[in-house]
Each structure stands twice: as C-alpha cells, then as structure tokens.
Design a protein around this ligand. Structure first.
Ligand code: 5AD
Ligand code: SF4
Length: 435
C-alpha cells in the first residue's frame, strides 16, 4: 500500500489546505503513513508569512536525502504559501513544486512522479478557474470542520506575502459553503470554522448584496448543536450589521481575531492597512459593549521599518488598554517581492525587535490572565477536543475560545459539556464538570 505524510506550517487556512491535500491523496489510493513509517509521498505545506518557517524547510534538505536512501520510492512535494523566489530554490530539494490552487491536478502530477519525472508547475491556473473548493477534505478530526470560504487576498498590506503566494481574493458561492456546512453538521461536526485570509470581507460572487453577516446568519440556521468560528478578520468589515448579529448569535462564536498590527497611524499607513487607530478602537469598543462575554485576540508586528521606540511604546500602551485575551506577536521579517521589502530598509536590529517582542509578550501574559480570571465562578459550555488518558483530564474550548482543562475519567472528545470554572492561569482556565 502506498503511504503519505503531510507536514503543515502556518495558519488555519494551511491546515484546511492539508485536509484537502489528504483528501486528494486518499482518493488516489494513498493511505496516511503510521507514525514512524517512511512514507512514499512526503508533502510540505509551507507558510511564507515569516522567513523562519521557510528556513525551517530548507533545513530539512539533509533529512530528505537521508530518507530517500531508506525508501528509494519516496517522492517529496512542496506546496502551500511559497513565494516565487523560494519556488525556484525549492526545485533543488523537491520532486514536485506546485501551487496549492492546482490541487485538483495532483493525481496527474503523481503519475509523472511515479515515472521518475521532476515537475515544477510555473503557470498555475487562473484564480477564476480553480477547482480547489470542490475537493472533498479528509478532516483531521470529525467534530471540527474547516470550510474555506475565500482564497487569496487583494489588500496588499505592504509586509504581507499572501497576495503573491495565493493571488487575489476569490470568494466561494454561498450555496456551496452552506451545502458543505450542512454535510459536516449531519456527519457530526460540533464546530465549523469559516476560513479566509480576510474572511469578514467575503461576499457571494453570485449576489454582491449577500454579505458575510448574511452567510453567518444562514449557517446559524442549520439545525443542530454546533458552534461557528471564523478567521481572519479585517476591522473595517465590522459594521453595525455584523456587530449586532454577533451580539445576538447563539452558535456563532463571541470570539474574534482582530489584527491591529500597530497602534501608530503613520506605521499603519506604511503597512498599507486602511484604518486608523481611532477606527479600530471604535469598532472594538462597540464589540466589547454589545457582544456578551466577548473575547478577542490581535496580531501585532514589532520592528516594522522605521518604527521608533516611541511608536512601539504607543502600541504597548494601547495593547495595555485594549487587553486582548491572546495576541500573535511577530517580529517584522521582509518578504521578497512585497512593497515593504522593496521600499523600506529593514533597519531595526534583531535585538531591538527581540526586546520589543519580549516586552509585549510579557504584557500579554497579564492581559490574558485578566481575561481568563473573568470566567472564574461561571459555569460554561465547553467543546472537548482532547482527552489525556494518563492524567484523566479533558482539554477543550469555551464558546469564546478560551482553553480549558478539567478532570474526567471518561473520554469526552467531540462532546459538549458544562464546566464550572475554579481557577485561571495565563492562557488556560481550569474547572470541574457541572452536573
Ligand atoms: N513579518 C512579520 N509578521 C508578519 N505577518 C504577516 N506578514 C509578516 C511579516 N512580513 C503577521 C501579521 C499577520 C499575521 C498572520 O502574520 O501580523 O496578521
Ligand atoms: Fe496579508 Fe493584509 Fe491580506 Fe491579511 S489583509 S492576508 S495581512 S495582505
């Protein structure tokens, strides 16, 4: 039997891609390799958001060579978010380099590979023609489903690789999304992730008046007990219609990832973010006021070209004021071909970036814990994701996406339970099951 293994880097979107890659490989006759087995197909699903993730893949070249001496049939593939420049370099390491948009063509590529050919796909399909969405995924776990609702991004934030790796945004028709969502719920999904690089900007390509809020409303109407989550959002999409819907939603999560990136308008402008700090704060305040038990995370980049110590301090102070439950803090990393890389010198030293990162990271521990502490004493509904058989403990998430652990002799994975919160840590709450 032919086997495969997929190594995934990056965000939820990449994880969703990996589920679709697995889907294609399984329909082509491959089975997932068991843990230590050397597979026949090894896929790297790459992330180009930061140089470090790409460097890690370059670092695997020797390992790949070694594996090939142990399984001479092994073919290696790289796909996902790869910049054109890296695509050229990866030719030296991999048997197949292809654009994730061309996933539907993978079985054809595999036939060539089996005949010992190397394939580098330079000219991938145009966005309009991609059949990527039609592929049936092989879910990582049955109770949590990922549904890509858009692909790519055309906002061109000056630091970001995505418009160059995935191309401009295309939206998936509402009827296809709803069909997939219904099928997942029928098959037992308890959590549905709607995914897109700017998921909140989604509009039905067949009816421009049908917006993200309408889609959420329609998903919420699917009968069954499940939660709906979405990622990643863009603050300007949060108009009153969307916020008011989130305020009364039952299944759609009261957690939002709302990237700020920097709290200084000049830096935001250089990043080509299209909002000001004031606009961001206004939206966030509204959400905090109107959405019950609202919780949010944010993304911050430290050390963007030209970010002064004073501007960083400003981000620090705003961060302290808005108090996110979670933050994805990144040190700026120039991505080849992006506007920021072309226009600005990456002048801020690695140690300065590190120092800003550490300061924010320390602050995050405080704001996170404050958020976690707010739940103590409450009894919350929890979706169980993991059972630690040796510790007899369950791990899960609340509706507002807080990580939780509680003792349980029974494996409750994939089930909703009620848990009374007794203790808060920095990034986790602890509780006991309520009767
Ligand atoms: N350098 C550092 N962080 C980046 N991100 C995206 N591109 C870069 C880059 N070149 C971060 C942003 C984004 C998150 C997904 O990754 O904060 O929101
Ligand atoms: Fe990248 Fe900006 Fe698009 Fe997000 S909105 S994917 S940061 S270009």
């Amino acid at each position: 039997m032919k086997t495969y293994k997929i190594i995934t880097y990056g965000c939820q979107m990449n994880k969703s891609d990996s589920e679709r890659i697995a889907g294609v490989l399984e329909t082509t006759g491959y089975k997932k390799a068991i843990d230590r087995q050397i597979p026949d197909i090894l896929v790297f699903n790459a992330c180009s958001v930061r140089q470090s993730a790409i460097d890690r893949i370059y670092g695997q070249a020797n390992l790949i060579r070694k594996l090939k001496t142990k399984n001479y049939k092994l073919k290696t593939i790289i796909t996902g978010c790869v910049l054109p420049k890296d695509r050229q370099k990866f030719k030296k390491i991999f048997d197949l380099v292809f654009n994730i948009k061309d996933l539907k063509r993978l079985p054809v590529f595999l036939r060539y590979l089996e005949r010992g050919k190397q394939i580098i796909v330079e000219n991938s399909l145009k966005n309009e023609n991609i059949s990527y969405f039609k592929i049936r995924p092989r879910q990582e776990n049955r109770f949590s489903a990922r549904i890509p609702i858009s692909f790519g991004c055309g906002r061109f934030c000056s630091y970001c690789a995505v418009p160059y790796t995935r191309g401009l945004e295309i939206n998936r028709p509402a009827k296809d999304i709803l069909k997939e969502a219904k099928a997942f719920v029928t098959a037992g999904a308890k959590e549905i992730w709607l995914l897109g690089q700017t998921v909140s900007s989604w509009k039905d390509p067949q009816n421009k008046n049908y917006e993200f809020t309408d889609l959420l409303q329609a998903v919420e109407k699917i009968p069954g007990e499940f939660w709906v989550r979405f990622e990643s959002s863009y603050v300007l999409d949060f108009d009153d219609k969307l916020i008011n819907f989130l305020a009364k939603a039952k299944k759609v999560s009261n957690y939002v990832n709302l990237p700020l990136q920097s709290a200084t308008n000049r830096v935001l402008k250089a990043m080509n973010r299209r909002y000001t700090l004031e606009q961001y704060l206004k939206v966030l305040e509204k959400m905090k006021e109107r959405i019950p038990d609202f919780s949010f995370s944010t993304d911050i980049i430290v050390g963007f070209p030209g970010e002064t110590e004073k501007q960083f301090r400003n981000t620090y102070n705003i961060f302290k004021r808005i108090k996110p439950t979670m933050a994805y803090i990144a040190k700026y990393s120039p991505r080849p071909g992006t506007m920021a890389e072309k226009l600005f010198k990456d002048r801020i030293s690695p140690s300065q970036k590190q120092s800003r990162f550490t300061k924010l990271d320390k602050l995050l521990k405080q704001t996170a814990k404050e958020n976690m502490a707010r739940e103590v004493g409450k009894t919350l509904k929890v979706l169980v994701e993991e059972w630690l058989s040796t510790k007899k403990e369950c791990l899960g998430k609340t509706r507002n996406f807080k990580a939780i652990r509680f003792p349980s002799a029974e494996n409750l994975v994939g089930r909703f339970v009620r848990v009374t919160i007794v203790k808060a840590r920095e990034f986790e709450i602890e509780g006991v099951m309520a009767n």
